[in-house]
Ligand binder design. Structure first.
Ligand SMILES: Nc1nc2c(c(=O)[nH]1)N[C@H]1C(S)=C(S)[C@@H](COP(=O)(O)OP(=O)(O)OC[C@H]3O[C@@H](n4cnc5c(=O)[nH]c(N)nc54)[C@H](O)[C@@H]3O)O[C@H]1N2
Ligand SMILES: Nc1nc2c(c(=O)[nH]1)N[C@H]1C(S)=C(S)[C@@H](COP(=O)(O)OP(=O)(O)OC[C@H]3O[C@@H](n4cnc5c(=O)[nH]c(N)nc54)[C@H](O)[C@@H]3O)O[C@H]1N2
Ligand SMILES: [Mo]
Length: 666
C-alpha cells in the first residue's frame, strides 16, 4: 500500500490537496490533506467517489469507431494508430476542401489543468487555422464585469473570511459548490460575524443567515443598485475613496438613483425593508466581504448585476483591511503564468464561435459549415443550452465528430470516433483553483487505465502526424511546466517541495494594500464606457423578465453536491425530480411524486415533482449536469435553456428558462 500526494484540478474554486491510497497499482481511496491549508484535511463526497469514475463500466478504455447509425452507440474497438490515421485523414480532407474554419474544437471544464487545456490543444488548433471557440458557458459575464471594473484584481482570500464582521454570499452556494468555505463561515459566525445570503432558494447557508433576500432570478441588479443608492443618499458612500481611487462613480450614482428600495423590492420580489436592512448592515460593518458567485450571472442581466455587486465595496469604502472587499474568481491572481509559451503558436484571427450557440452553428448558422467537431473537456449534450438543437447537430450525417473523454457520456454516443482520456489520477498536470490561491502539482498516482492517453500527449501526437510540429514546442510535462512557470522563479522548486506554491501577490492579499486594480491608471472603473457600449440596455440597464402568461415559471439549474457540472453523472442512475414550491404545485393540482411535463417553446422534460418549501414561489429547480438517465424522457434542464446571451461577455442564460408544468395523466 502506498500513499501518494496529488492535487484536484476539477472545475471548483477549492483546488484541494489530495492523499491517494494506492494498493497494487489500484487507487482505493482519496483523502484531503493539510498541504494546502484551505483543504483542511477533507475532500468533498464527489471526489472521494472518484475511483468509481476511474474504474466504472462507463470508463472508456480504448479508441473506438462508430459502426451503427449516429447516436445508436454501436462502436468497434480500434488501435491508437488506426484512430490517428482516421483522424488525420479527416482533418486533412476537411481542411483541404473547406478550410481550417470548418473544424471546431469544443472544450470547457474538463480537468481544468494547465496542461490539459490551452496548451498542446490550442497549439494544434491554431496551426490548423480552426474556428476559435468563445468559452462562454460559464464565467463570461462575471469575467467581463470584474475585468471591466477592476482589471482582474485578485480577490479577498477565502481563508480571511474568518476575520470578517459581515459576509454577503451573493448568488453562491458553497454548501454544494465549494464546501471548504463552509467551516470558515462557521468559524466567522462563531466569532460574531453576520451572514447575508442573496439567493432565490433557501440554501443551507441562507437558512442560517441573519438576512436572506430571496430575489427573483435575474433581479439582482435592482437590489444592488438600490443598496448603492441608499449608501449615496444616506451619507454612507466613501466619497474620499471614490474621488481618489475610482472613476465613473457619478455615472453609477445616476444609474442607481432610479432604484428606490421600494421599486427594487417590487421588481425583485422581496421586502423593501430587507433591501434597506442589507444596505444599513453593509454600511455599518467592517471588515465586510462579498462572496460573489455565478448564480447571478446566468441571465440577461448577469453582467450588469455582477458589476453592480462588485461596485458596492468601492462605494461603501470597504477595501484596505483584511477580509474587506470581495471575492469572485481568483484566477486573476495568476497573471505570471505563461500559457502563451506553452502554446507556442500565434492564433490566426479565424472566426469566433460562441459555444452557447453551438446548437445553431451545427444547424446551418455558420458559413462555412462545421464539418469536423472535436469535443474534449466538455459534454455538450449535457451542458450547453438548446439541447435538442445540439442533438440535431450531432445527428448530421455530414459532420465528423470526435469525442475525447474519460467516460461514455451521452455526447459520446453521437461520435464517429471515440478517444479514451486519462483522468487526473493518471497524468501530470498543474492545477490552480479560482478560490484557493494555490498552484497544485497533479501527479499520476496510477498507470493509465486501458489505453487512455492524456490530452497533452494526444494533441502533441496529432501535431506531429500532421507535420505541424515546430522547434521549441513544449511536449513533455517537464517542458510544459518550464514554459508555464518561466515568469515565476522559484515556483518549480516550491512545487517539488510541498506540491503547491503561491502567486506573487501572496496567498492572502489585502485589496488596496497588497493588490490594486489591473487597470491602466490602477483606479476602479465604475462606469467603463466599453461595457456600456456593448450592453443592450447599457451598463447597469435592467432588462425585464422573459416570463410570459404561457411560461410563467423560472427554471433555474444550480450546481449539486453529486456532480461537477455533468462530470460523474454516470454514477447516479436515479430519477431526479423537479423541485417546486407548494403554492405552484397546488395551483396545478400537483402532488409530490406526480409525473409532469415541463416545457417551453424549446423543448420538454418529463420527470417527477418534489414539493420544496425552500424555493420562492414562481421558481422551479432541475439541477445542472443531469444525464439522460436522470429523467423520464432523457431531456434535462438544458433542453429548456435559451441560447440568448448575457448583457456582457456573451455568456449563457441558463436561468432565463421560463416554463410551464403540467401533470401527465395516465
Ligand atoms: N459540487 C459541485 N461543485 C461545483 C460545481 C458543481 O457542479 N458541483 N460546479 C463548479 C462550477 S463549474 C462553478 S461555475 C461553480 C458555481 O458555483 P455557484 O456560483 O455556487 O453555483 P450555482 O449553483 O450556479 O449558483 C449558486 C446559487 O445561485 C442561485 N441563483 C440562481 N439564479 C440566481 C439569481 O438570478 N440571483 C441570485 N442571487 N442567485 C441565483 C442558485 O439558487 C444557487 O444556490 O461551482 C463549481 N463547484
Ligand atoms: N442547465 C445548466 N447547464 C449548465 C450550467 C448551468 O448553470 N445550468 N452551468 C454551466 C457551467 S457553470 C459550466 S462550467 C459548464 C461545464 O460544462 P462542461 O465543460 O461540459 O463540463 P463537464 O460537464 O464537467 O464535462 C467535462 C467533460 O470532460 C471530461 N474530461 C475531464 N477531464 C478530461 C481530460 O483531461 N481530457 C479529456 N479529453 N476529457 C476530460 C469529463 O469526463 C466530462 O465528460 O456547464 C454549464 N452548463
Ligand atoms: Mo462553471
Amino acid at each position: 500500500m502506498e500513499h501518494l500526494r496529488t492535487a484536484c484540478p476539477l472545475d471548483c474554486p477549492d483546488a484541494c490537496s489530495i492523499d491517494a491510497t494506492v494498493v497494487d497499482g489500484v487507487v482505493t481511496r482519496l483523502d484531503g490533506t493539510w498541504d494546502n491549508p484551505f483543504t483542511q484535511g477533507f475532500l468533498c463526497a464527489k471526489v472521494r467517489r472518484f475511483p468509481r469514475h476511474v474504474y466504472g463500466p462507463e470508463r472508456l478504455r480504448h479508441p473506438e469507431r462508430r459502426t451503427g447509425r449516429k447516436g445508436d452507440g454501436a462502436f468497434e474497438r480500434i488501435g491508437w494508430d488506426q484512430a490517428f490515421d482516421l483522424l488525420t485523414t479527416e482533418i486533412r480532407r476537411v481542411r483541404e476542401r473547406s478550410g481550417g474554419e470548418a473544424i471546431l474544437p469544443l472544450c470547457y471544464g474538463g480537468s481544468n489543468g494547465l496542461f490539459s487545456q490551452g496548451a498542446a490543444d490550442a497549439r494544434l488548433f491554431a496551426r490548423l487555422g480552426a474556428s476559435r471557440l468563445a468559452r462562454t458557458v460559464c464565467a463570461a459575464a462575471t469575467g467581463a464585469a470584474a475585468t471591466g471594473l477592476y482589471g482582474k484584481m485578485p480577490g479577498t482570500a477565502l481563508e480571511d473570511y474568518e476575520h470578517a464582521a459581515l459576509i454577503v454570499l451573493w448568488g453562491v452556494n458553497p454548501s454544494a459548490s465549494g464546501i471548504h468555505l463552509v467551516p470558515i463561515l462557521d468559524a466567522a459566525r462563531a466569532k460574531g460575524a453576520r451572514l447575508v445570503v442573496v439567493d432565490p432558494r433557501r440554501t443551507p447557508l441562507a437558512a442560517k443567515a441573519d438576512l436572506h433576500l430571496a430575489v427573483r432570478p435575474g433581479a439582482d441588479l435592482p437590489v444592488a443598485l438600490a443598496v448603492a443608492r441608499w449608501l449615496f443618499e444616506n451619507g454612507r458612500a466613501d466619497l474620499g475613496f471614490l474621488e481618489s481611487q475610482a472613476t465613473g462613480w457619478e455615472r453609477l450614482r445616476e444609474k442607481a438613483a432610479e432604484w428606490t428600495p421600494e421599486r427594487a423590492a417590487a421588481v425583485a420580489g422581496v421586502e423593501a425593508s430587507d433591501v434597506e436592512r442589507l444596505a444599513a448592515l453593509y454600511a455599518a460593518s467592517s471588515p465586510a466581504v462579498i462572496r460573489c458567485g455565478w448564480g447571478l450571472e446566468r441571465n440577461r442581466n448577469g453582467g450588469s448585476a455582477v458589476a453592480s455587486v462588485l461596485a458596492l465595496p468601492a462605494v461603501a469604502g470597504k477595501f484596505g483591511v483584511r477580509a474587506g472587499g470581495y471575492t469572485l474568481s481568483n484566477s486573476g491572481a495568476w497573471r505570471e503564468l505563461r500559457a502563451d509559451r506553452a502554446v507556442n503558436a500565434e492564433q490566426p484571427p479565424t472566426r469566433l464561435v460562441n459555444m452557447n450557440r453551438v446548437g445553431a452553428v451545427l444547424n446551418g448558422a455558420a458559413d462555412p459549415p462545421v464539418e469536423l467537431l472535436f469535443v474534449y473537456n466538455n459534454n455538450p449534450l449535457q451542458t450547453l443550452p438548446r439541447q435538442e438543437e445540439v442533438r440535431r447537430g450531432l445527428a448530421r450525417e455530414d459532420l465528423f465528430t470526435v469525442v475525447f473523454d474519460q467516460v461514455r457520456t451521452d455526447t459520446a454516443l453521437w461520435a464517429d470516433l471515440v478517444l479514451p482520456a486519462t483522468t487526473f489520477l493518471e497524468h501530470d498536470d498543474l492545477a490552480i483553483g479560482y478560490g484557493a490561491m494555490r498552484l497544485g502539482r497533479v501527479r499520476p498516482v496510477i498507470a493509465p487505465v486501458g489505453e487512455a492517453r492524456s490530452n497533452q500527449s494526444v494533441f502533441a501526437e496529432l501535431c506531429r502526424r500532421l507535420g505541424l510540429e515546430e522547434p521549441g514546442d513544449a511536449i513533455a510535462p517537464a517542458e510544459l511546466e518550464a514554459a508555464l512557470l518561466s515568469d515565476l522563479p522559484g515556483a518549480g522548486a516550491a512545487l517539488a517541495r510541498d506540491g503547491a506554491t503561491l502567486p506573487s501577490c501572496g496567498a492572502r492579499p489585502i485589496q488596496f494594500v497588497d493588490v490594486f486594480p489591473a487597470t491602466p491608471d490602477r483606479k476602479i472603473r465604475l462606469f467603463p464606457e466599453d461595457l456600456d457600449a456593448t450592453a443592450p440596455a447599457g451598463l447597469y440597464g435592467f432588462q425585464r423578465d422573459p416570463e410570459s402568461p404561457e411560461f410563467p415559471l423560472a427554471l433555474i439549474s444550480p450546481a449539486t453536491s453529486r456532480t461537477v457540472s455533468s462530470s460523474l453523472g454516470q454514477l447516479y442512475r436515479d430519477q431526479v425530480p423537479l423541485a417546486m414550491h407548494p403554492d405552484d404545485a397546488a395551483a396545478r393540482a400537483l402532488g409530490g411524486g406526480d409525473e409532469v411535463r415541463v416545457w417551453n417553446e424549446l423543448g420538454e422534460v418529463r420527470c417527477r415533482v418534489a414539493i420544496d418549501r425552500r424555493l420562492r414561489p414562481g421558481v422551479v429547480v432541475l439541477p445542472k449536469g443531469l444525464w439522460s438517465h436522470n429523467t423520464l424522457n432523457g431531456a434535462t434542464a438544458n433542453a429548456l435553456a435559451p441560447d440568448t446571451l448575457t448583457d456582457l461577455g456573451g455568456g449563457a442564460c441558463f436561468n432565463d428558462a421560463r416554463v410551464e408544468v403540467a401533470a401527465v395523466r395516465a
